[in-house]
Write a protein that binds this ligand. Structure first.
Ligand SMILES: [Fe+2]
Length: 241
């Protein structure tokens, strides 16, 4: 399986607190059957002011530690980018890392706030698409406006956005509302991939294998394979050439 959303780079956001913890998270992912990961630290203005430089430094530190470990997971780095007007500037200055390439576009892992869908989101998405950037919406099932009005996902889907399900949402770790909404979106086959969004061993460990099993029983095995292996591999292939 392939994980395109995880916070394993150490000390640059609310994810792994040390390289040792990152290695333990990756060892757990390996036990689950993960063979490829794209680390996606937060880029969230004023909260996690990461950029390509801070991300590459943390990526190098973890890559070096991986060499002397017994973990056989291929690792690359990108980011989970919180929606903001500044994204326009960042894209124009080529400052945002992508989690891959799909349908001739660079794929940007885009995070909405958990409370609502900000005004202007539709215009930003149209603008990104016009610049050949394809947004993948991170865990839409965790957004409260979508929990209360699930049909508001439609404009995202109709514009071509990809959707990422967080394994722990489906497993009920964030409560009933995200679980129910993720089941609802799964039944309509709206998701493109499942990712762990893992942060730490205690608080949010990787659980893709359990989610894959649940999707197999809720929908079918083919969709579970597409979400955890086929689609994330296709999307991230450009990073692993
Ligand atoms: Fe995340």
């Amino acid at each position: 399986m392939i994980d395109l959303h995880c916070h394993v780079l150490a000390n640059i956001d609310d994810g792994a607190k040390s390289v040792d913890e990152a290695l333990s998270l990756m060892a757990l992912a390996q036990e689950q059957g993960v063979t490829r990961m794209v680390a996606t630290p937060h880029i969230h203005l004023g909260i996690y002011d990461n950029d390509i430089n801070s991300i590459s430094a943390a990526y190098k530190a973890l890559s070096q530690a991986l060499v002397s470990s017994n973990i056989a997971i291929e690792l690359r780095a990108a980011a989970e980018v919180r929606i903001s007007p500044e994204i326009v500037l960042f894209v124009e200055q080529h400052k945002l890392p992508f989690i891959g390439h799909y349908q001739q576009k660079d794929v940007l892992l885009l995070e909405l706030p958990s409370s609502h869908i900000p005004a202007g989101t539709d215009r930003l998405i149209s603008w990104l698409l016009s610049k050949n950037v394809l947004p993948m919406i991170a865990h839409p099932e965790r957004n409260r406006e979508l929990q209360n009005h699930p049909h508001r996902i439609k404009p995202f889907v109709q514009s071509g956005c990809l959707l990422q399900l967080t394994a722990a949402s489906l497993l009920g770790d964030f409560g009933d509302a995200p679980k129910q909404l993720s089941e609802h979106f799964l039944e309509q086959r709206l998701y493109t991939i499942i990712a762990s969004d893992c942060h730490s061993l205690k608080r949010r460990p990787p659980k893709i294998a359990q989610a894959k099993q649940l999707v197999s029983s809720l929908v079918d095995e083919e969709y579970a394979f597409a979400l955890t292996t086929d689609m994330p591999r296709t999307i991230s292939n450009s990073l692993f050439q």
